[in-house]
Design a protein around this ligand. Structure first.
Ligand SMILES: N[C@@H](CCC(=O)N[C@@H](CS)C(=O)NCC(=O)O)C(=O)O
Length: 211
């Protein structure tokens, strides 16, 4: 069986989650770097893989997939190794629900509303503090909702077993935690903070830290 190929850089939240899933399942894979900074993700070659010009794209034995959740599902189903999606229907549903909350309500404010303007301030523009303040409110609301969806026992979001939702959320919270607003937010969300600390011990997290 051919090795799967991940198209995208680990600096991309969604690409990193896919790389982490492959590491969790110990699947040998190749990675093709598609640079966001020089707009390679909008070039015709990448638009053939992903018609919306986003990252990542994924290929296995000629089968192409874009959109991270179905890529994560494919990886879990196609390759042997530890199952990432829980067998229990309630835990499985919560994991799917948390991924949907991340995609719909958490990623934009936390990454694009806080991390990006704080980390890459534009030299030609004053940082819009009011917009960051608004992103803190909406992003925190989303993270609090995720905290409320977490299931016992510790340490992962839906129990003792790591799930695709943990991988996706960690990639977002990693960036959030590099900002003063994010660090303050995590003190107000103790369950998410404890979960993030546990995630940082995971080899798949350490091996994919964005550089
Ligand atoms: N719905 C997509 C979202 C992917 C996404 O937002 N990727 C970001 C990088 S983390 C991207 O490609 N951004 C490029 C852009 O917005 O131009 C998925 O689930 O894969």
């Amino acid at each position: 069986m051919a090795k799967p190929i991940v198209y995208g850089p680990r600096t991309s939240v969604y690409t990193r989650a896919v790389l982490m899933a492959l590491l969790e399942k110990k699947v040998p894979h190749d990675q093709v770097h598609v640079e966001m900074d020089d707009n390679a993700h909008r070039a015709p070659e990448h638009l053939k893989r992903h018609p919306f010009g986003m990252l990542p794209a994924f290929e296995h034995n000629g089968f192409m997939i874009y959109e991270t959740v179905p890529i994560l599902t494919y990886i879990d189903d196609a390759f042997p190794g530890t199952r990432l999606m829980p067998g229990d229907i309630h835990r499985r549903t919560r994991a799917a629900q948390i991924m949907s909350v991340i995609n719909s309500y958490a990623y934009r404010p936390l990454v694009w509303g806080i991390f990006v303007p704080r980390t890459f301030p534009r030299p030609d523009r004053i940082v819009d503090e009011a917009a960051i303040g608004e992103a803190v409110k909406t992003g925190e609301h989303a993270l609090k909702a995720i905290e409320d969806l977490m299931m016992n026992p510790d340490p992962f979001l839906v129990g003792r077993q790591i799930s695709p939702a943990d991988l996706l959320l960690e990639c977002v919270v990693h960036y959030l935690d590099t900002t003063p607003e994010g660090q303050a937010m995590l003190t107000r969300l103790p369950k998410i903070a404890a979960w993030h600390a546990a995630m940082q011990l995971r080899p798949s997290v350490n091996e994919t830290v964005p550089q």
